[in-house]
Design a protein around this ligand. Structure first.
Ligand code: ADP
Ligand code: MG
Length: 440
C-alpha cells in the first residue's frame, strides 16, 4: 500500500468518528510520502492541522500502525508543504494558544448560530435568559440546564450560541454533540477497544452541549455511559446543557436515575414561535442572506407558514426568485406562497375541513353554500377556501366545485383575502390556528 492508499484507509476510519462537515475538511488533507517510520501529511490549512493534532492524533496514529503492522508509527503534519511540524507542541504537552476559529471547529460549534441573531419573544425568553446566564458563568448558574420543545423552536441554535459565547470569552473547552454522535462514537470506541480514549475525551471538557437527548431512550448502555460522564463532569463543576423534544419525564424508557439528573438543574420549555417571532426570524434570516424582504412580505409569509423550517425553505425560494430578477413584492409573494406547495404536503379530507370550519365558526353547512352575504358567513366561506387550499392538493376549480361556486376566481379572491388579513388580524390567526389543530 502506498502513502495515499494508507491515508485513505485512515480517513475512512476517521469518517466514522466525526461529523460530515468535519469529515469534508479532513478529506482535504493529503499524504505526501512515507519516510522512515513517518507518514507526512499535508493539511490544507492550520485549522485542519490543529484539529487532527488535538482531537484525532492518537486515533490516526493507531490506525496507521494497524495498517502498516507498526512499520509506520509517527505522523508528521504540516500545513505548508515540506514544513512538517516535528514533535508538535501538543505532543510535548505544551499548551497551544489557538484561534477562536480553530476552537469553534474543534468544539463542533457553528459560528453562525449566535445570540446576536437569535430573536427573543415570549415563547423563548426564559430559555434565552437562562442560556445567556450560563454562557456568562458556565458551571455556576443552572447546571444542568435542560431545554425542551418541539421541532424547530431554536434549541440547537441556542446550544451553538452558548458554545460560541463561551469560546469567545473564556479559555474553557467546549463540545457540542448530538446524542447520535455520542452514541456512534461510543459504539465505535467499543468496537476498536478505545473506550478509555472516549472517556478521556468526554470527561475532560468544561462545557458539554448535548443535543436531542431523547434519543437515549431504549439504549441502556448509552444511558449508563452518559450517566457516568454526567457525574464526572458535574462533580468537577463543569457545565452541561441538554436539549430534548420532550420534558425529562416524558422520555420513554430511560433510567430513573438519569431522568432525575436531568431534573436536578433547571428545566425550561420553549413554545412554538408566535406570529411576531416568526416575522422577526424571517427578517433576520433574510438580512443574513442578503435577500430583500420588506416587513409586509415577512408578515404575509409568517402568517401563512407554521414551522420555522418551512420559513427557511420559503426564504430559499424567495432568494432564488430575487436572484433571478423576479418580483418579491407582497402580491408576488402571495402567489409564490400559494404555488409553493410547502404546506400542501399533507392531504386531508376536504369535506371534514369544511365541516369543522363551519362548526367552529358557528355557521350551518347549508348557509356556507348559499348566496348568503352576511359578514360572518362570508368570512367562514373564505376561511374554508383558504384551509382547503393550504391543507390539501386541490385546485381552485376543485374547491369551487366543493363550495358550490361556479367560478374559480371567487375562490382565488377568498384565499387571497385571508392571506392578507392574516398578517394583521390576530383574532383571525387564532381562529384559523384553532381549526388547523384538528388537522395537525
Ligand atoms: P430545534 O433544534 O429546536 O429543532 P433549530 O435551533 O434547529 O430548532 O431552529 C430551526 C431554525 O430556526 C434554525 O435555522 C434557527 O436558526 C432558526 N431559529 C429558531 N429560533 C430562532 C430565533 N428565536 N431566532 C432566530 N432564528 C431562530
Ligand atoms: Mg435541534
Amino acid at each position: 500500500m502506498d502513502h495515499s492508499g494508507l491515508w485513505k484507509k485512515v480517513l475512512d476510519e476517521l469518517g466514522l468518528e466525526v461529523s460530515p462537515t468535519t469529515f469534508s475538511s479532513l478529506k482535504k488533507t493529503q499524504a505526501v510520502k512515507v519516510q522512515g517510520e513517518a507518514l507526512y501529511v499535508h493539511c490544507s490549512n492550520s485549522g485542519v492541522l490543529l484539529l487532527l493534532q488535538n482531537s484525532y492524533y492518537s486515533l490516526i496514529t493507531a490506525a496507521v500502525k494497524k495498517y502498516t503492522g507498526g512499520a509506520v508509527n509517527t505522523i508528521l503534519l504540516s500545513s505548508k508543504k515540506d514544513e512538517p511540524t516535528k514533535k508538535t507542541a501538543y505532543q510535548q504537552g505544551i499548551e497551544v494558544e489557538q484561534s477562536i476559529e480553530n476552537r469553534l471547529i474543534i468544539a463542533h460549534v457553528s459560528p453562525n448560530l449566535t445570540f446576536e441573531n437569535f430573536a427573543v419573544s415570549t415563547s423563548n425568553q426564559m430559555a434565552h435568559a437562562a442560556t445567556l446566564a450560563v454562557s456568562k458563568s458556565p458551571g455556576s448558574t443552572y447546571n444542568p440546564l435542560f431545554l425542551w420543545g418541539g421541532v424547530g423552536v431554536g434549541k440547537t441554535h441556542l446550544l451553538h450560541a452558548v458554545g460560541r459565547k463561551i469560546i469567545e470569552t473564556t479559555r474553557s473547552s467546549v463540545l457540542y454533540c448530538s446524542t447520535e454522535d455520542f452514541t456512534n462514537v461510543l459504539v465505535e470506541s467499543i468496537r476498536t477497544k478505545n473506550t478509555a480514549l472516549f472517556r478521556k475525551k468526554y470527561r475532560s471538557i468544561d462545557v458539554l452541549l448535548m443535543d436531542d437527548i431523547q434519543f437515549v431512550s431504549d439504549r441502556e448502555f448509552i444511558q449508563e455511559e452518559l450517566f457516568n460522564t454526567f457525574n464526572k463532569l458535574q462533580t468537577q463543576g463543569k457545565q452541561i446543557i441538554f436539549t430534548s423534544d420532550k420534558p425529562p419525564k416524558a422520555i420513554k424508557n430511560i433510567e430513573k436515575r438519569l431522568a432525575s439528573r436531568f431534573l436536578s438543574g433547571l428545566v425550561i420549555d420553549i413554545q412554538r414561535p408566535d406570529f411576531e417571532l416568526k416575522t422577526a426570524i424571517l427578517l433576520i434570516k433574510a438580512r443574513e442572506r442578503g435577500i430583500v424582504c420588506p416587513i409586509e412580505v415577512a408578515k404575509i409569509v409568517a402568517a401563512h407558514l407554521e414551522e420555522l423550517r418551512e420559513l427557511e425553505g420559503f426564504l430559499l425560494k424567495l432568494e432564488m426568485v430575487h436572484n433571478t430578477g423576479g418580483d418579491v413584492s407582497p402580491d408576488a409573494v402571495e402567489k409564490i406562497l400559494l404555488q409553493s406547495g410547502i404546506t400542501l404536503s399533507q392531504r386531508h379530507n376536504p369535506k371534514e375541513i369544511i365541516h369543522i370550519t363551519a362548526r367552529e365558526m358557528g355557521v350551518k353547512l347549508r348557509e356556507l353554500k348559499e348566496e348568503n352575504r352576511k359578514k360572518n358567513i362570508a368570512l367562514t366561506r373564505h376561511i374554508a377556501m383558504y384551509l382547503l387550499k393550504t391543507l390539501t392538493n386541490l385546485t381552485y376549480q376543485d374547491i369551487a366545485a366543493l363550495m358550490g361556486k361556479k367560478d374559480h376566481t371567487t375562490v382565488m379572491h377568498g384565499v387571497q383575502k385571508i392571506i392578507q388579513q392574516l398578517s394583521r388580524d390576530e383574532n383571525l390567526r387564532a381562529c384559523i390556528n384553532k381549526i388547523r389543530l384538528y388537522f395537525s
